[in-house]
Design a protein around this ligand. Structure first.
Ligand SMILES: Nc1ncnc2c1ncn2[C@@H]1O[C@H](COP(=O)(O)OP(=O)(O)O)[C@@H](O)[C@H]1O
Ligand SMILES: CC(=O)OP(=O)(O)O
Ligand SMILES: [Mg+2]
Length: 422
C-alpha cells in the first residue's frame, strides 16, 4: 500500500504553519517529512521558514502574501515543487488536510468538514476573531486546490471538555448563559494534549496519574491546570481573549474598562467582514493591546532582551507577564492541592524565553520550584527537557510542543472513521 500524506495546518493569529506527514497504519505514529511556516501575516513582509531533511530556509522575505489563503497557496506550491519531497508531487497526493480550528463551540472531537460543519464553524468566527476566519479561508482554499483531500477540523477547545462545572460557569444569568452558550471553553488544547502525553512519557508515568501546571506561551498565551491527565481549569474563556496578555491581546481586564476606554465600544469595528462581526471593544482588546500596545513590538524575544538592557517599557511588559503567570501558577497549585509533578513551559516564549522562565520560577520558589540556571539558559531541542534544580520538591520542564503533530497522530488513529465515503 502506498504511503499516505497528511497535511497538518495550523493557522495561528499571525502565521500559518504546515507539517507534512506520511503514515502507514493507524497504530504507528505518522512520520514528519517537512515543516513549513509563513509568519508575519499581521506585520508584513511575510517570511518563510522551511525545514526538510538537511534543507533549511529561514526568514526569507516573501511578497504578495496578504492573508492566510494566499499563504496556504504559497505553501502548497512550495511543497509540491520541492524535488526533495517526492511523496508530495501533486495536490492529489494529500489524503487528509487537518485544520486547527481554535473555536469549535460544542464540537468535541475531530470532525470531517462538510458544508454543514463549515457553516456552523463560520458562525463561531466572531468568538475567535484572530483565528477561525483565517482557518476557514484555508479550508476553502484546500477544497479548491486539493479537491481529493478530506478536510478534518481539530478543535483547540476540545481538550477542555473536562472542566468542572464551577470552573466553566460564569456568574451570570444562567438562562441567558445556556441560551447563548456563554461559558468558559478554553483553547490551546491541541498543545496541552501533546504536552500531557510528552511529559507523562518523559516522567515515565501513566497519563492518568499526571498532575501538571502547563504554560503555553506564544503570540496567544494561556495556562492550564491538568489533574490526572485532564484539564480542570484554564485561563482562556468564552474566547481566547481572557487570562494572560498576548502579542496583541490584553488578557483579563475589568469588563467595565472598555466603556471608559472608548464610547464607541459597542459599535461595529472596521475589521468586521461579511463572515465576522466584531465590535470596536473586541478589536481594541484583541488586536490593539498586549505587547504591541505596551512596547510597539509583538516579539517577546525583543521585549525580553530590551528589558535586560534597561528599556523601561519593555521591563514593564515583562513584569506584567511574570505577574499574571504567577497568579495562575499559585491558583492552580492550590487546585492540585500541591500534588504537582511539574511546571511545564511551552510555546515560542516558553521554549525560548530563558529570562521569563527564570523570573516565573523565582516567584514560585516558595512553592518548591527551583531552576538549574545553566540548563535553563540552553535547554536544547529535545522534546522535553528537565530545567528544574535537583533536590527541589517539584519539577520544571520545557516541552517543544507541536500542534500539527498532535493533529496528525489523531488523524492517523481515526483515519477509517474520518475518510470520505465515496
Ligand atoms: N528568544 C526568545 N525569547 C522569548 N520569546 C521568544 C524568543 N524567540 C521567539 N519568541 C517569541 O515566541 C512567540 C511566538 O511563539 P509561537 O508559539 O510560535 O506563536 P504562535 O502563537 O504564533 O504559534 C513570539 O512572541 C516570539 O517573539
Ligand atoms: C488560541 C490562541 O491564542 O492561539 P495562538 O496562540 O496560536 O494565537
Ligand atoms: Mg500557536
Amino acid at each position: 500500500m502506498p504511503n499516505k500524506i497528511i497535511l497538518a495546518i495550523n493557522a495561528g493569529s499571525s502565521s500559518v504553519k504546515v507539517s507534512v506527514f506520511t503514515y502507514t497504519t493507524p497504530t504507528a505514529d505518522p512520520q514528519e517529512l517537512a515543516v513549513i511556516q509563513v509568519a508575519g501575516l499581521t506585520a508584513p513582509p511575510a517570511t518563510l521558514k522551511y525545514d526538510r531533511g538537511d534543507q533549511h530556509i529561514k526568514n526569507k522575505e516573501l511578497s504578495d502574501i496578504n492573508g492566510s489563503e494566499s499563504a496556504y497557496e504559497y505553501i502548497l506550491n512550495h511543497l509540491t515543487s520541492d524535488d526533495g519531497l517526492p511523496e508530495l508531487k501533486h495536490a492529489d497526493d494529500i489524503e487528509f488536510a487537518c485544520h486547527r480550528v481554535v473555536h469549535g463551540g460544542d464540537y468535541d472531537k475531530p470532525t470531517r468538514i462538510d458544508r454543514d460543519t463549515l457553516h456552523h464553524l463560520e458562525e463561531l468566527s466572531d468568538l475567535a476573531p484572530l483565528h477561525n476566519a483565517g482557518a476557514l479561508d484555508i479550508v476553502k482554499a484546500v477544497h479548491a486546490k486539493c479537491p481529493k483531500a478530506t478536510n478534518v477540523a481539530f478543535f483547540d477547545n476540545a481538550f477542555h471538555q473536562t472542566l468542572p462545572l464551577a470552573a466553566r460557569t460564569y456568574a451570570i444569568d444562567q438562562k441567558v448563559a445556556k441560551r447563548n452558550k456563554l461559558r468558559k471553553y478554553g483553547f490551546h488544547g491541541l498543545s496541552y494534549a501533546f504536552i500531557t502525553r510528552a511529559v507523562a512519557s518523559h516522567l515515565q508515568k501513566p497519563v492518568e496519574k499526571l498532575n501538571i501546571i502547563a504554560l503555553h506561551l506564544g503570540s496567544g498565551a494561556s495556562a492550564c491546570c491538568i489533574q490526572a491527565g485532564k484539564s480542570i481549569d484554564t485561563t482562556m474563556g468564552l474566547t481566547p481573549l481572557a487570562g494572560l496578555p498576548g502579542a496583541t491581546r490584553s488578557g483579563d481586564v475589568d469588563p467595565s474598562l472598555i466603556f471608559h476606554f472608548t464610547h464607541d465600544a459597542g459599535k461595529p469595528s472596521r475589521s468586521s467582514t461579511t463572515d465576522m462581526h466584531i465590535t470596536q471593544a473586541e478589536d481594541i482588546l484583541n488586536k490593539k493591546s498586549g505587547w504591541k500596545a505596551l512596547t510597539g513590538t509583538t516579539d517577546f524575544g525583543v521585549i525580553s532582551s530590551k528589558a535586560g538592557e534597561g528599556n523601561e517599557e519593555c521591563q514593564l511588559a515583562f513584569d506584567i507577564f511574570v505577574d499574571r503567570i504567577s497568579d495562575f501558577v499559585g491558583a492552580y497549585y492550590v487546585k492540585l492541592k500541591g500534588e504537582v509533578d511539574a511546571l511545564v513551559f511551552a510555546g515560542g516564549i516558553g521554549e525560548k524565553g530563558a529570562a521569563l522562565r527564570k523570573a516565573v520560577v523565582e516567584k514560585a520558589g516558595c512553592l518548591g520550584f527551583g531552576l538549574d540556571e545553566e540548563v535553563n539558559e540552553k535547554p536544547g531541542e529535545q522534546l522535553v527537557v528537565d530545567v528544574g534544580r535537583q533536590g527541589f520538591k517539584h519539577g520544571v520542564l520545557v516541552c517543544q510542543t507541536d500542534e500539527q503533530s498532535e493533529m496528525a497522530r489523531e488523524c492517523a488513529q481515526e483515519a477509517d472513521g474520518l475518510r470520505r465515503k465515496e
